[in-house]
Design a protein around this ligand. Structure first.
Ligand code: SAH
Ligand code: SF4
Length: 379
């Protein structure tokens, strides 16, 4: 039998594991604290556990961090790690320190099956779901390596956003225990308001998350009508905007925040006109408590899309603000290390799936006409 990776277990899972070894729940709590609060990987260090338990653990369990392919530190303090998850796949995490918080952006899958047009992860295709342990290991690594490096003992990461590679709600069974570990007072002790799941709109899973582990929710909207959203976020064909908004309103009945954040990637000439802004207002006004986060598109060669210019982004924001909708424009961070959205991992990944996908689904000419994209990703 292969050794269990203890990073895979939330506290209940670890308690069940310990019970199989004939140990009481409080032992699991001690062990959990060693792993997540102290960053231990070596059972022999765990001085308050009986020697017999330590040696038992050594034969049946491991604490398995991810191996690091690279670390890039930006001039603005942003750090991007690229982790090896085997079979030629890599995922990334980005640490973003600010004055009043430190956010870690985490990946949930190697690649992504949703295939959004403007997303470099989407262009890579789907490789596999990460395990709970692989999701948690990203936070474990950031928290403990930074504590060592900065000589600190207090908590460093204050916020987690599931906005790295992958669609978290298409990896639901691994996601939920990972969220519980982040929230657990014996784990990372993060507040529900400071853990955000970002989704392209997997409606049934939004409903389940509400019951299983409500945290802050961000929804990648990107378009004010179904025709355009169908093209940009193919999942919209399955779960159209009306159903999505209904799920969002319902989520708010249990959410730790009283609004949904809608992410909107600003694409030049595609979804960024005044008319699009007016349609958005009509869509959400009097219907859902929300906030917009406009994201300047981070271009990559195969997309054939361009970033809206910043005047356009601010004009668009102005229209939403005038209608009383709270709107922010995302600051770009770590530009010098390409710390946004799947760019670096894209360079090391096998893109076979993506090549198939892009060949099968030509980009609709309605909004790509005149853009530079012509060929699928080459590798
Ligand atoms: N799959 C989830 C979470 C990961 S993507 C989701 O789609 O919400 C996190 C955010 O980055 C999403 O809002 C996504 O639309 C945005 N994004 C993806 N590619 C981007 C790009 N090239 N430029 C700017 N934002 C991008
Ligand atoms: Fe997947 Fe999100 Fe990228 Fe869309 S934007 S392809 S859902 S990671």
């Amino acid at each position: 039998m292969s050794a269990a990776n203890l990073l895979d277990f939330d506290l209940d899972g670890l308690a069940a594991f310990c019970e199989q070894l004939g140990e009481k729940r409080f032992r699991a709590t001690q062990l959990f604290r060693w792993i997540h609060q102290r960053g231990a990987t070596d059972f022999t260090q765990m001085s308050d556990l009986a020697k017999s338990l330590r040696s038992k653990l050594q034969s049946v369990a491991t604490i398995q961090p991810l191996s690091i392919i690279s670390e890039h530190v930006s001039a603005d303090g942003t750090i991007k790690w690229l982790f090896d998850v085997g079979a030629g796949n890599a995922v990334e995490s980005v640490y973003i320190p600010e004055d009043d918080r430190a956010t870690l952006c985490i990946s949930s899958q190697a690649g992504c099956a949703v295939g959004c047009r403007f997303c470099s992860t989407g262009h890579q295709g789907f490789s596999r779901n990460l395990t709970t342990g692989e999701i948690v290991a990203q936070l474990w690594h950031a928290e403990h390596s930074l504590r060592k490096r900065l000589g600190r003992t207090d908590r460093i990461v204050s916020n987690v956003v599931m906005m790295g590679m992958g669609e978290p709600l298409q990896n639901y069974s691994a996601l939920v225990p990972a969220l519980r570990i982040m929230l657990d007072d014996h784990g990372y002790g993060l507040s529900r308001r400071r853990v955000t799941v970002s989704t392209s709109g997997v409606v049934p899973m939004i409903e389940r998350l509400k019951n299983d582990c409500p945290v802050a929710l961000a929804v990648s909207l990107h378009a004010p009508n179904d025709a355009l959203r169908d093209e940009l976020v193919p999942l919209n064909r399955k779960y159209p905007i009306d159903e999505l908004l209904r799920a969002c309103s319902d989520y708010l009945t249990a959410a730790p925040r009283d609004f949904i954040t809608f992410e909107y990637c600003m694409l030049d000439g595609v979804n960024d006109t005044d008319e699009h802004a007016r349609q958005l207002i009509a869509l959400v006004r009097n219907r859902i408590s929300c906030k917009f986060n406009l994201i300047p598109f981070n271009p990559f060669p195969q997309s054939g899309l361009r970033r809206s210019n910043m005047d356009r982004v601010h004009a668009f924001a102005g229209i939403l603000l005038d209608a009383g909708i709270v709107t922010t424009v995302r600051k770009t961070r770590g530009d010098d290390i390409d710390a946004a959205c799947g760019q670096l991992a894209g360079e090391v990944q096998d893109r076979t799936n993506a090549r198939d996908r892009m060949t099968r689904q030509p980009i609709p000419v309605t909004w790509v006409a005149g853009a530079a994209r012509s060929t699928p990703p080459s590798n």
